[in-house]
Design a protein around this ligand. Structure first.
Ligand SMILES: [Ca+2]
Ligand SMILES: [Ca+2]
Length: 217
């Protein structure tokens, strides 16, 4: 029987989750390169991710802007499609329209990811898109499930007039400073991608996401 290291680590984490760990004591099950979490959406559906309307103003075009999983073989975009396989997450209007609506406020949120067994977790993901620079944007947060606090990691916003056919870019965020600072105190996090637009000017195709990973450095 072959047990992948990441699977073994997950089992160990489940077992040790019930054993109190003294505050500040480090314990790590993952070794360098181990995958703590990954998502490529090749299941063809949202899986364990949730989609909901974010706090603040009303998502007036919820059904059109809302995050969803797109099959590139059925709904080919002008640019780009999936980064891996056939499927990816997309926030914007119907595929092929190269735009999105005003008052978008749609959140894509992961299941709970347990990073207590990682000593130096690195988040990476691929995003491609465009939206009115500075006003309509993709916000990336990490959410501490126990503390109920959000920490903003990144904001992506690029004008579609300058970049009508965006390409995927890899983004990498070191989560260790958050662990070390105690910001992610519980070690149980959720990844949150929020697409926001304001009332006027929709320049860009919206945003694609694919191949999200948390890896032990
Ligand atoms: Ca994919
Ligand atoms: Ca706008």
């Amino acid at each position: 029987m072959v047990v992948r290291t990441s699977t073994l680590a997950a089992v160990l984490l489940t077992v040790f989750a019930f054993i109190p760990v003294p505050s500040g004591q480090a314990f790590a099950f993952y070794k360098s390169g181990d995958v703590v979490f990954s998502e490529d959406w090749e299941s063809g559906d949202l899986g364990l991710w949730d989609v909901y309307m974010g706090p603040g103003y009303v998502n007036a075009f919820s059904s059109q802007n809302e995050w969803r999983i797109v099959d590139e073989s059925l709904e080919p975009q002008v640019s780009p499609n999936a980064h891996s396989g056939r499927y990816y997450a997309y926030a914007g209007f119907s595929v092929g329209s190269l735009t999105y609506g005003p008052y978008a406020n749609t959140v894509l949120e992961s299941k709970i990811i347990d990073i207590r067994g990682a000593s130096h977790p690195i988040l990476s993901f691929y995003a491609a898109g465009a939206s009115e620079a500075g006003y309509d944007r993709l916000n990336v947060y990490v959410f501490d499930y126990v503390k109920k606090d959000y920490y903003k990691l990144m904001e992506l916003s690029e004008d579609g007039l300058d970049n009508p056919l965006p390409k995927y870019e890899r983004h990498e965020i070191d989560l260790k400073p958050y662990k070390d600072s105690g910001a992610i105190g519980s070690g149980r996090i959720m990844l949150t991608f929020q697409f926001l637009s304001d009332s006027t000017i929709q320049e860009g195709q919206g945003w694609n996401l694919d191949d999200i990973m948390v890896v032990e450095k």
